[in-house]
Write a protein that binds this ligand. Structure first.
Ligand SMILES: Nc1nc2c(ncn2[C@@H]2O[C@H](COP(=O)(O)OP(=O)(O)OP(=O)(O)O)[C@@H](O)[C@H]2O)c(=O)[nH]1
Ligand SMILES: [Mg+2]
Length: 278
């Protein structure tokens, strides 16, 4: 079995930072996580990629091509489709390593995950190569500190879940940047209680909220009744916070559970040695 995290989310939500943070954290406990850069427009990241899509195609190739003439968004979709058409290139670059663990650092174009099919097809291909995958949806915690934004972030997370149909974890990033009061506000939402959320929304006096109150309540019911959406806070400056997320995802993809039990040789304690007890 092979293991993978598909790291997705809106532009600038912290995907690449998450990948480099996880790699460093894992290496401190002698664990190897590899990262594959799938962002054809990436300019900077702090990890050494195992595979880099830019070696196959760069966004500029799609935008500067005289026949194609793509803009940045169409160009990015074109690059991802090119990757799929050349999936034997990716397969060769990834090699065939049993029990490896790879983070796929994806581009920040949300429609790739909410309704286009190219990432879904990529996922199917990875599954054929024996990868067990968890989608890790990143969202900037600063955009989640009031009721309306929280609902909108939740709907985005739900769309990705429904579109990709994979085990899924939502991560609130950049927790270190929140003020104390914002952090307190956010705590209300970490295990979303739609009643608190809705009472928050009711306090907002606007015609829109008046008109669509029933819709907001219905969305709140969906979140509550199906227990679909949960968010895990990530503070990259807190090793415990990073470890908690890694353990959560390891459990979801059952990392390590299929591995053989490793037996370490050790000397049986000598009976005469005693253990100091009377
Ligand atoms: N303080 C703080 N800054 C962060 C954190 N995560 C990301 N950033 C900053 O936010 C900016 C965007 O982070 P990236 O990791 O590049 O985000 P991304 O989702 O990969 O962005 P795109 O690939 O462009 O969609 C960078 O300036 C990061 O340094 C975090 O947890 N804490
Ligand atoms: Mg990035």
């Amino acid at each position: 079995m092979r293991y993978a995290q598909l790291v997705v989310g809106p532009a600038g939500s912290g995907k690449s930072t998450y990948c480099s943070t996880m790699v460093k954290h894992a290496s401190d406990s002698n664990r190897i996580l590899e990262v594959v850069n799938l962002d054809p427009a990436a300019e900077h990241f702090d990890y050494e990629p195992l595979v880099d899509i830019r070696e196959l195609i760069h966004l500029d190739d799609a935008m500067e091509d005289e026949d194609l003439h793509f803009g940045p968004n169409g160009g990015l979709v074109f690059c991802m489709e090119t990757l799929l058409e050349n999936c034997e290139w990716l397969e060769e670059q990834l090699g065939d390593v049993d029990d490896d663990y790879i983070l796929f650092d994806c581009p920040g174009q949300i429609e790739l995950y909410t309704h286009l099919s190219v990432i879904k097809k990529l996922v199917n291909t990875l599954e054929k190569w024996n990868f067990r995958i968890c989608v890790v949806f990143m969202i900037d915690s600063q955009f989640m500190v009031d009721g309306a934004k929280f609902l909108s972030g939740t709907m985005a997370a739900l769309s990705v879940m429904v579109n990709l149909e994979l085990p899924h974890v939502n991560i609130l990033t950049k927790m270190d940047l929140l003020s104390k009061s914002a952090r307190k506000q956010l705590d209300h939402y970490l295990d979303p209680d739609p009643h608190i959320l809705l009472s928050d929304m009711r306090n907002v006096q606007s015609r829109w909220h008046e008109k669509y109150r029933k819709l907001t309540e219905a969305i709140g019911d969906v979140i509550e009744n199906f227990s679909l959406v949960r968010f895990y806070p990530l503070n990259i400056k807190d090793e415990e916070s990073i470890e908690n997320i890694l353990i959560t995802i390891d459990n979801i993809i059952q990392y390590g559970e299929d591995a053989d039990v490793k037996v370490r040789d050790f000397d049986e304690p000598d009976e005469d040695d005693g253990n100091g007890d009377d």
